[in-house]
Design a binder for this molecule. Structure first.
Ligand SMILES: [Zn+2]
Length: 66
């Protein structure tokens, strides 16, 4: 039994890429679903759909408004 280094490296990169896609996809889905429900995309605070004025809880998108 020998380690096939090329296959090992290719498999590692391949599965790492899939893991990254899953993680990034989960974060993107969470942002989209929060935005749809009118919640702060950063902390989930209920903004009642008023996303333009930012979030008073965590300060998301607050710099431009104040
Ligand atoms: Zn927030």
């Amino acid at each position: 039994m020998r380690i096939v280094w090329f296959g090992f490296v290719v498999n590692t990169l391949f599965y790492a890429a899939i893991m990254w896609l899953l993680i990034l996809g989960a974060f993107a889905l969470r942002r989209v679903s929060r935005r749809k429900r009118g919640l702060c995309v950063a902390c989930g605070y209920d903004l009642r759909g008023n996303l333009e004025h930012g979030c008073p809880e965590c300060g998301w998108r607050r710099e431009a408004a104040s």
